[in-house]
Design a protein around this ligand. Sequence first.
Ligand SMILES: [Zn+2]
Length: 109
Amino acid sequence: MIKTNLNTCYKTANYFNKMFFEIPRKHINFILVEIPEWGNFCEDNGDVWIEMGKTYPNYNLFKNVLVHELVHMYQWLNPDPVDKEDHGPSFFRWNRYLTEYGVVLEERY
Ligand SMILES: [Zn+2]
C-alpha cells in the first residue's frame, strides 16, 4: 500500500505531460479524495481538475490511473471530431506510446 500526496501527483503528471500531452500547466490541478484505487477527471464551467485517491495498492496503479485521467484532460482540450467516446480508439491509441514508459491504459482498474 502506498500513500499519495499532491507533490507526487504533480511530479508524475509533469513528467508525462512534458513528454506526451503538453497540457497548459494552469489546467493541471489535483485534489486528493477518499477513493482508493481510481481517479476522476472533473470539469465544471471551464475549470478542470483531477481527483486522485489517498492510497493505492502500489505505485504502478497510481501511475496508470493518473495518466488515464491526464488522457481525459487531453481529450477535453483536444476533442476528437469523430470519436466522441471517453474510452474509444482515440483514448487507447495512447497505449502505443505509453507502454514503453510502464503505463497501461485500461477502461477500469
Ligand atoms: Zn476513463
